[in-house]
Ligand binder design. Sequence first.
Ligand SMILES: [Zn+2]
Length: 571
Amino acid sequence: MMKRTISFAAALAFWSVAAFLVAAEPLRLNFQFAGVSEDQGAIVEKIVKQRVSERVASGELNLSYAIDLSFEPEEYSLETSGTDATLRAGSFPGLIFASGKLLRSLEYGADSFTVPELTIREKPDASFRCCYFARHFHNWYHMASNEELERYVEDLALWGFNAIATISVPVVNLNLDPASEDWRQAVDGVKTIRAASKRLGLSFTGLDCINQACLDMPEELKGTPNVDPKRGNNGINACPSKPGGTEYLDRLTRAIFASFDGAQTDFTCWWPFDEGGCECEQCGPWATNGFLKCAARYCKMVNDEFAPDQKFILSTWTYHEDEFEAVWEWVKDHPEVPYILADAHADFPKYPLEHALPEGHKLITFPEISMQGRFPWGGFGATPQPRRFTELWEQVRGHVDGCMLYSEGPFEDINKIIESGFYFRNESAEDSLREYARYELAGADPEDFVALCRDLEAILVLKDRNPEYTAAALDAMKLAVKIDLEIVPKLRDCWRWRQFYCRCLLEYERNVRGNENTQTCVDAILELQRLYHSDLFPEGCVDPLHYCTQPVLPQGDIGVFKRPEEEIQER
Ligand SMILES: [Zn+2]
């Protein structure tokens, strides 16, 4: 009897150890590379290992990568069999796109993943798939660490972006003194984003508001403000027609491009308005006259003096219908300008859709994915707008060869992915939402996430409480609680999901409870401030526009109510 008991205990111990061994089986990811440098192999290995280990603790995958020069540069293929995956592409970025597709195709469980049978070969539809980081106002792009910026650029590349852009030097906040600490810091920030892009083989664009001037510009050089309110009147704009005006802008342009000696951008995007523009008698109309003259002058200066291979993007943002024809003529003499950017605040302008650009030039868009209907931007968490962006995509599909997304921060991460799907493979917005959910919110039902995004888009204008939103806010909160229970444990606290969750809490308090002065709102806003780094705003710093990007705590007395999660259980 004693012996039997001992044997039973021994067997129990054996099975416990065996079960422990199975559960603790480590993640086994093996990599083979052909045709890429050792550094590139190491980059891909780190990216893939990091993403898989952030989701699960075990699983096996043998990845074989190769450059295949019979492929077009951005074309890739992905095949799986058992635990083997073969990834081929015409270039290094193509291998990153393939890695992204593979990562998003794995089926993640609570502990491990399985590899589905895959046979994919594709190449992107559009040639320029770019995200512009609006790096200002002490927003996330401004405050993020170098590692965070690098990581975010990797994430976008995994989704198929092949270009990153940011403001070249934010001269609006600086004196014209390239030796100053402020100028140097601004340039270093751009170089960080450039380096993060170039290490992945992505192209990098600097945006330059062509006649924008520095803080210390002599008053007598000031330009005449724009008359169309849609074009804005921010910054300090110089008039190139005034005596000394062109000399000033020459000096400034040389200072900017000299700051990037050895680290020039691939493209410069000349920007006409908002920061930029002069409607004096000689410069006006700026869109068809002064701006085009400046663009011709500074394309030549940059190519002659700084970067012979640099290409340019000419922006026609907020142009009127009768102003495009002059650009279509102008660009015939400018082979160094392969892309013309067009867009508006709302519907896409008609002229660029009805008149093809001269041969050798392509049209790109400037989707505004950040600010629509919300203030402060990112002040309420995630802002999905699949319906709106689908409508805008329908207007331009078939006419454009790329985009430069206007991004103010990671709160619209999901909108970047929707746009990426449009420009890479004409994917529907809802299919992109499903793919995002399977990967970023692995474990949750993708259809719940699609429904959640529909609810959040329905509640668009956050400042105007509307009784109709109550049902959507209640439904969103229920879906958020369900997703939160189902998401794989390791992803539950990831920033992408938390910003959706906080948004649902805030909509519940606002639209269901009808009271934003609650501890739930305070907690959610504090969490968003941490996620968006607005809690890092430097003490004593003057930034008059920081409030545009800062989630705001409720004012006045704060009440403590039941948490929305508990209340919906009772409903
Ligand atoms: Zn002028």
